[in-house]
Design a binder for this molecule. Structure first.
Ligand code: NAD
Length: 470
């Protein structure tokens, strides 16, 4: 039996497959594929009188654009191979959605559930200090963000640590993204990745031919969804898709098992239950079963893996019955499984596209930080005044009268969250259309993942060509 590929090898095989379609200099292929640099840090932290040693990594995959960008993951199983794979995905993701950053990723080997809040603060600040000192965290060159096991809280501690060390850096807030709004964050970042998953699916369903290609018809309304992982990404995606687009989430798979309800699981209610009880077992509005992994094989319209990598592999891929897979997590389908599923004609919206909403809104946050002004602050009232004048003019010309409510909604100027959503929606729509056109325009490309990589690699290669290699 052949040894299964590691996550990094799996991503590399997908990239090489896309490169075989492109006419690239072999040397340039290697430059693009390989990870530029990776550091491993080990550092001690004294907790409750006892010294603990922690191990972490930060990898920089491609520096064709600066800063490099990518989340920091806290997980007990984190390792260097995973960090390098995730850093590579970040380079391609940023290129695909025209976010002008290179790719990076970091991880700390830790189980956050074993430590209290104060411990986590000490550990995070110490880890940030290591990254900053070694040049792997800086507003101009390397900007982390949240990933599995981290969120606004950790980003605030990291930003605070950087500011403490470099109070004279006027752009200190831009050293990480995903911060709380009152600490330089941007409205809409917390839910951005899940919102991006929703926008990706909305765009897919705007193309009836593509929907038919997946063996589906009509719109999103009533589609049966199975989702794995109800964390940041999974919760927001499931919430928006069920509450705003009318999909039916018939199964939620979590670490401890799966909840099933053919009529649809109320996502907000389930999330509240998880926060309060720290388990899904006792949730009253669905049936619980222990074997969560088996539930990936349930018959459904859309399967959304939103937990972690390697969930659909060569062992279980033949039993997947979903009509389409939407990769909200990074690397949920292995290279081998991907090949088999593509051969079956399965439509897969790839991770480099689907979960790009997070880095897109992180880009908006970084711009907000270096420009030191909230989006919409200068023009909102001006736009309202102009719209009000037009509305008055329209009423005078036509003699019609707008109700107070109607008038207010017509003249309302966009605030930050409106602009963030508009920018994210535009990004997800354009990237899907570019992938689709690439797929339809080539006889050598047969799937959206290869199309996504071909676009991303082409853009990175062009950037090396323009600037040169020195
Ligand atoms: P998270 O830690 O908030 O949530 C992960 C959820 O998955 C948790 O509820 C966890 O209990 C569950 N889970 C973990 N292992 C599981 C398993 N084997 N089976 C079932 N459930 C499991 O993490 P997140 O930020 O939502 O990230 C999820 C995925 O999305 C990761 O692959 C991450 O790299 C990717 N991603 C996240 C972001 C972001 O902005 N947070 C952006 C892009 C991609």
């Amino acid at each position: 039996m052949t040894t299964p590929l590691s996550f990094r090898q799996s991503v590399d095989h997908m990239v090489q497959h896309a490169m075989s379609v492109l006419d690239l200099d072999p040397g340039l292929r290697d430059v693009i594929r390989t990870c530029n640099s990776v550091i491993q840090v080990r550092f001690p932290v004294k907790l409750h009188g006892k010294i603990h040693t922690f191990k972490g990594w930060r990898a920089t995959h491609s520096t064709h654009r600066l800063p490099v960008k990518g989340g920091i993951r806290y997980a007990p199983y984190a390792d260097q191979d995973e960090v390098e794979a995730l850093a590579a995905l970040m380079s391609y993701k940023c290129a695909l959605v025209d976010v002008p950053f290179g790719g990076s990723k970091g991880a700390l080997q830790i189980d956050p559930s074993q430590y209290d809040r104060d411990d986590m603060e000490l550990i995070t600040r110490r880890f940030a200090t290591e990254l900053i000192r070694k040049g792997f965290m800086n507003p101009a060159t390397n900007v982390p963000a949240p990933d599995m096991g981290t969120g606004q809280r950790e980003m605030a501690w990291m930003a605070g640590t950087y500011k403490h060390l470099f109070p004279d850096d006027i752009n200190h807030q831009a050293c990480v993204t995903g911060k709380p709004v009152h600490h330089g964050g941007i409205r809409g970042r917390v839910e951005a990745t899940g919102r991006g998953v929703q926008y990706a699916l909305q765009e897919f369903f705007r193309h009836p031919g593509d929907v038919a290609g997946a063996g589906l018809g009509g719109g999103l309304e009533g589609k049966r969804v199975v989702i794995q992982g109800l964390g940041n990404v999974g919760y927001h995606a499931a919430k928006f898709l069920s509450e705003e687009d009318g999909v039916k989430v018939i199964a939620v798979i979590e670490r401890e098992g799966v909840l099933l309800n053919p009529d649809g699981i109320p996502i907000q209610h389930l999330r509240d239950h998880m926060v309060e009880h720290k388990t899904i077992r006792s949730f009253p509005d669905a049936d619980f079963e222990e074997d969560g992994r088996k539930a990936l094989e349930l018959e459904c319209d859309i399967l959304i893996p939103a937990a972690m990598e390697g969930q659909i592999d060569e062992q279980n891929c033949d039993r997947i019955q979903a009509k389409m897979i939407v990769e909200a997590a990074n690397g949920p389908v292995s290279f081998g499984a991907d090949q088999k599923l593509q051969a079956r004609g399965m439509v897969i919206l790839p991770d480099v596209y689907v979960n790009a909403g997070g880095v897109t809104v992180s880009y908006f946050e970084w711009i907000r930080n270096i420009s030191h002004i909230r989006f919409g602050r200068m023009q909102r009232r001006h736009d309202e005044q102009r719209a009000s004048q037009y509305a008055t003019l329209l009423q005078e010309i036509t003699g019609a009268r707008l109700s107070e409510d109607r008038r207010n909604s017509v003249i309302r100027g966009a605030d930050e969250i409106d602009l963030v959503r508009s920018g994210l929606d535009d990004t997800m729509r354009l990237a899907y259309q570019e992938m689709r056109n690439t797929l339809l325009g080539s006889e050598q490309i047969h799937d959206l993942r290869t199309a996504a990589y071909v676009i991303a690699i082409g853009k990175i290669a062009r950037s090396y060509h323009d600037v040169g290699i020195y």
